[in-house]
Design a protein. Structure first.
Length: 151
């Protein structure tokens, strides 16, 4: 099979599109780094990409049982956002994929909440326009630390 052929779909894939999609990062995105910098500057300490938790939250403040997801508007379908577009090619494939992403996000959020975690979603567009810092720092400050002492 030729290198420009997608083996699972059996369709030709544009090499430019392949390069673009390979450049999409899973972790340490610009938005995620901005959130982490803001939390650190405010004196909060956290863990990053904690795999033992459902959904592998981007930022976790274990002492406050707070899980933060920094969602990309495109992949996680931020409703009403200009970045949440649908590609013109293979539209049905993308709509199905996005629906699965949204369903998975909701399920992981429910799992975390059932385990006693507070869950916060920060959207990429809010980070880009800088409107996330005040609300997120206020929220984190309002969540009381968990008492870890044993009785």
């Amino acid at each position: 099979m030729s290198p420009d052929r997608n083996e699972t779909e059996g369709t030709n894939v544009d090499p430019v599109r392949t390069r673009i999609m390979r450049a999409v990062r899973r972790a340490d995105t610009q938005a995620e780094m901005a959130v982490r910098r803001a939390l650190f500057a405010a004196g909060y300490r956290y863990r990053v990409n904690v795999r033992r938790l459902p959904g592998t939250p981007d930022v976790v403040l274990p002492g406050r049982r707070l899980a933060i997801f920094v969602h990309g508007c495109f992949w996680h379908r931020h409703v009403g956002c200009r970045f949440a577009t649908v590609p013109r090619t293979r539209a049905q494939f993308w709509q199905d994929k996005f629906a699965r992403n949204v369903a998975r996000d909701a399920a992981k959020r429910c799992q975390l909440e059932a385990e006693g975690w507070r869950v916060v979603e920060i959207w990429e567009c809010d980070v880009k326009d800088g409107s996330f810092e005040g609300p997120i720092l206020e929220l984190v400050g309002s969540v009381a630390p968990v008492d870890r002492r044993r009785p």
